[in-house]
Design a protein around this ligand. Structure first.
Ligand code: FMN
Ligand code: COI
Length: 412
C-alpha cells in the first residue's frame, strides 16, 4: 500500500524540485550583470551566507501521534488570508530577470494567495502591479527621498492604488558596497525603466554615455521616459538635469523623530507604516515607541552592512523587545519550507523571500515564481505535518533545539 502523500505533493517539475535547484537553473538563464546584481551580497558576502547558514543551527523537535490529517498553513495579513506565513519581498528591477517582471510576480502571488512587496525601484508602475495583484494584499517598499514632494506623490499614488502598507527601508542611509556591481559597471539596459518615478525625479540608470554604475546614473531622456507606461493622466515634468541613483535609494538624514512622524501623517489611516531593516532590540523598542504598525527584521539580504548579524540570529532579541505589541516579520536566507517553520518557532509572525522570486522569474517568468511559491508552500505544509502541528499559531520554540557547531549543516 502506498504511503499517504500530502495534498499538492504530486505536482512536480522534475527538473526543479528545490529552491537550490531553482537557483542553479536561474544562474544559467541570466546574463552576468543581472546574475551578479541579484545574487551578490556586500563586501565579502559573509552576512549573505550567514543568513542562509543560520537556519542550520536549529533542528526541529517533531511531536507524534497527533491527528495531522488537516494541516492549515494559512496566516492572516492585512485582513487577508494568506495561504502561508510568507510573502515575496520587494526586490528592484525584476524585468532584468524576465520580461514578465513585477507583473509576473504579482500574478503568481495572486494565484498562490501570497502577499507581495513592490520595490520603489520596480520596472513596472505600482498601478499596473496593483491591478495584476487584484485584491491580494500588496505593500509598497519606500525609500524616503530627501525631496518630500517626490515621496508624497508616490505615497498618494500607492494609496489610490490600494496598497495596504508602506515598508520604509531603514537599513540604507548609504548603499552597501557591492563589488561585482562596481566591477561590472552595472547598468539598467536602456529599454527598461524605473517606472515609479515621475519624469522630473527619475534616475536613468544605464544612460549609455554617462553612468558607470547605479551610483552614477543620470536622469532619463524625455523620449525614453514617455514609454514608461504612466496611465493616471497626471502631468509629468520633463527632466531638468542630472540626479544620482544614490539620491533616491539612500538618504543619510533619515531619523525616527522627524521622518516616521511625517510618514505616518502621509500614509495613515489608509496605509500602515512599517519599518524594514531592523536588526536590534533597541531599535525595535524605538519602532514601537514611534508608533509603527510592524517591523521587518532584515539586513537587506546581506547587501548593506556586511558583518551584521544573520537575521535569524537577530530575530529573538527583536521579538523579546517588542513583547507582542506589533507584528515582527523577518527576511533573509529562507530557501526551504523548514526555514519558515524555524523562523516562526523563533517568534516571527511572517517571513518574506527575496532572491528565490528573482530566480523563479529568471527560470520561467510568472510560472517560475508560481513554482517557487509551490515548492516553499509544499515543504512548509509537509514540515508542519511531520512536526505534529496543524495550525500556524501553534508553531513555537518548543519545536526547536539549537545544535552544537559540529552538527551544523545548511543542507538539513
Ligand atoms: C536584487 C535585489 C534587489 C533588492 N531591492 C530591494 C529594494 O529595492 N528595496 C528593499 O527594501 N529591499 C531590496 N532588497 C532586499 C529584499 O527586500 C530582502 O530584504 C532580501 O532579498 C531578503 O533576503 P533573501 O534574498 O535572502 O531572501 C533587494 C534584494 C535583492 C537580492
Ligand atoms: C535600487 C537599489 C538600491 C535596490 C536595492 O535595494 C538593492 O539593490 O539592494
Amino acid at each position: 500500500m502506498a504511503m499517504k502523500k500530502m495534498e499538492g505533493q504530486g505536482d512536480h517539475d522534475l527538473n526543479c524540485l528545490t529552491i537550490d535547484e531553482l537557483e542553479k537553473h536561474a544562474y544559467n538563464m541570466m546574463d552576468k550583470q543581472t546574475r551578479d546584481y541579484y545574487n551578490e551580497g556586500a563586501d565579502s558576502g559573509s552576512t549573505l551566507r550567514e543568513n542562509i547558514e543560520a537556519f542550520g543551527k536549529y533542528r526541529i523537535r517533531p511531536r507524534v501521534l497527533r491527528d495531522v490529517s488537516n494541516v492549515d498553513t494559512s496566516k492572516d495579513i492585512f485582513g487577508h488570508k494568506n495561504s502561508i506565513p510568507m510573502g515575496v519581498a520587494p526586490t528592484a528591477m525584476q524585468r532584468l530577470a524576465h520580461s514578465d517582471g513585477e507583473l509576473g510576480t504579482a500574478r503568481a502571488c495572486k494565484k498562490a494567495k501570497v502577499a507581495m512587496g513592490l520595490s520603489s525601484f520596480a520596472t513596472t508602475t505600482l498601478e499596473d502591479v496593483a491591478e495584476a495583484n487584484g485584491d491580494n494584499p500588496h505593500v509598497l517598499q519606500l525609500y524616503l527621498f530627501e525631496s518630500r514632494e517626490h515621496s508624497h506623490k508616490l505615497i498618494q499614488r500607492a494609496k489610490k492604488a490600494g496598497y495596504k502598507a508602506v515598508f520604509l527601508t531603514v537599513d540604507t542611509p548609504f548603499l552597501g558596497r557591492r563589488n561585482l556591481e562596481i566591477r561590472n559597471q552595472f547598468k539598467l539596459p536602456p529599454h527598461f525603466k524605473i517606472a515609479n518615478f515621475a519624469e522630473d525625479e527619475e534616475p536613468a540608470m544605464g544612460d549609455e554615455q554617462t553612468s558607470n554604475s547605479p551610483n552614477q546614473a543620470r536622469q532619463r531622456k524625455p523620449k525614453e521616459a514617455s514609454k514608461a507606461g504612466y496611465h493616471d493622466g497626471e502631468k509629468r515634468v520633463l527632466p531638468t538635469g542630472p540626479i544620482t541613483f544614490h539620491s533616491h535609494a539612500s538618504n543619510p538624514t533619515l531619523c525616527w523623530e522627524k521622518d516616521i512622524e511625517w510618514l505616518k501623517q502621509e500614509c495613515c489611516p489608509e496605509m500602515e507604516v512599517w519599518v524594514k531593516g531592523i536588526a536590534t532590540g533597541e531599535d525595535a523598542i524605538l519602532a514601537v515607541h514611534h508608533g509603527v504598525s510592524g517591523i521587518v527584521v532584515s539586513n537587506h539580504g546581506g547587501r548593506q552592512l556586511n558583518g551584521a548579524l544573520a537575521t535569524l540570529d537577530a530575530l529573538p532579541e527583536v521579538v523579546e523587545a517588542v513583547q507582542g505589541k506589533i507584528p515582527v516579520h523577518v527576511d533573509g536566507g529562507i530557501r526551504h519550507g523548514t526555514d519558515i517553520f524555524k523562523a516562526l518557532a523563533l517568534g516571527a509572525d511572517f517571513c518574506w523571500v527575496g532572491r528565490p522570486a528573482l530566480w523563479g522569474l529568471a527560470y520561467k517568468g510568472q510560472a517560475g515564481v508560481e513554482l517557487m511559491l509551490r515548492l516553499l508552500s509544499d515543504e512548509f505544509k509537509l514540515c508542519m505535518g511531520l512536526a505534529g502541528v496543524t495550525r500556524v499559531q501553534d508553531i513555537s520554540k518548543e519545536y526547536l533545539v539549537k545544535v552544537s557547531i559540529s552538527m551544523r549543516d545548511r543542507k538539513v
